[in-house]
Design a protein. Structure first.
Length: 334
């Protein structure tokens, strides 16, 4: 500690602590993902149905002897720990999570296009939610206990309470049937222009954004209310600073610090919310792929999708802590 004493010593110590914490958290996250992978593998293996059931249904000419030979060739009769070890070795050593029985392609190829579609949906919903939640929450905090504030509170609770599948059906009936402004579902053809892509993306993006805007608006309102009542804001007003400067630079800037943590932690939540939204609107993303792979006993795709969500959850938690520590130097990484 003495070796780094001086003006920059505290910064160097903080950076070393941050690096140590990040390495430790990544190691813990790796161990957690490994444990989750075995738990998910065991659950999928114990689910009713078998990967060969669909093959038997589509090819009635297969005999029980053929099925037995296929099961032996694919190792489906081996104990679950043996099958898990074989899958884990292929994933770690060969970087191959397996082959999709339903899509007839490697799992990584299947995930690649679906991940891009989900990222488009998430990015649009995230940007729209922030663009609505920050100004509305700030105005609600400034105009506390007014008709505007009460109306925003009612709308935010509606956003938190209405199920995504019901809101999606209402959006389809309203904006695709009664007012045929947008497609009811599906995806644009490959090579479609930006406007055509936005037409297909609009309804699922609005539904997903509505689900998150309510909660984020409440966070902004609560944080801004606390910040506007703090001592440093009262001091800024006593100095005669313009009210806009007091609210924007001293109040809202500090109120956004906890919101950064909430937004970072909401990343995996948007993925899980996209499962319902993508299913309702038939959007070809990770959420629908996960739903279809579980129902279709496509275990390789389902397991890889689940592990992707688990890894994202751990990484987003770490990013949330890093963002909070960067925005508020007084905070310490856990």
């Amino acid at each position: 500690m003495e070796a780094v004493a001086g003006p920059g010593g505290g910064v160097l110590v903080r950076r070393r602590r941050t690096l140590t914490t990040v390495v430790r958290r990544l190691a813990e996250g790796t161990a957690l993902v490994a444990a989750l992978s075995f738990g998910l593998f065991w659950l999928l293996a114990r689910m009713p149905g078998d990967p060969l059931d669909a093959l038997l249904a589509t090819d009635p000419g297969l005999t029980t002897t053929d099925i037995a030979q296929l099961r032996k060739a694919q190792g489906l009769d081996d104990p679950i720990p043996v099958r898990y070890g074989r899958w884990l070795r292929r994933l770690v050593v060969e970087r191959d999570p397996g082959f999709s029985r339903v899509h007839k392609r490697p799992v990584l190829e299947v995930l690649q296009g679906r991940t891009t579609s989900t990222l488009k949906l998430m990015a649009g919903a995230l940007g729209l939610s922030l663009a609505l939640a920050i100004p509305i929450g700030a105005l609600s905090a400034i105009r506390r206990h007014t008709v505007f504030d009460h109306g925003i509170t009612l709308m935010t609770f509606a956003g938190l309470s209405i199920p995504a599948f019901w809101l999606g059906l209402v959006a389809i009936i309203t904006f695709a049937l009664w007012l045929p402004l947008f497609p009811a579902g599906g995806s644009p053809t490959p090579g479609a222009g930006l406007l055509e892509q936005l037409r297909f993306l609009a309804l699922p993006m609005l539904v997903l954004a509505f689900e998150t805007t309510g909660g984020w608006t409440r966070y902004v309102r609560a944080s801004a209310t606390e910040a506007l009542g703090s001592d440093y804001v009262r001091t800024a007003r006593a100095k005669g600073l313009p009210e806009s400067t007091v609210v924007l630079r001293h109040g809202l800037a500090n109120a956004l610090v906890p919101l950064a943590t909430v937004v970072a932690l909401s990343g995996p939540g948007l993925f899980s919310g996209a499962v319902v939204t993508e299913t309702v609107f038939a959007w070809p993303g990770m959420g629908r792929l996960l739903y279809d792979s579980v129902l279709g006993t496509d275990h390789a795709v389902a397991l890889t999708s689940f592990l992707t969500l688990a890894t994202l959850t751990i990484l987003f938690n770490l990013l949330a802590d890093l963002a909070h520590s960067w925005l508020d130097p007084r905070a310490q990484l856990p």
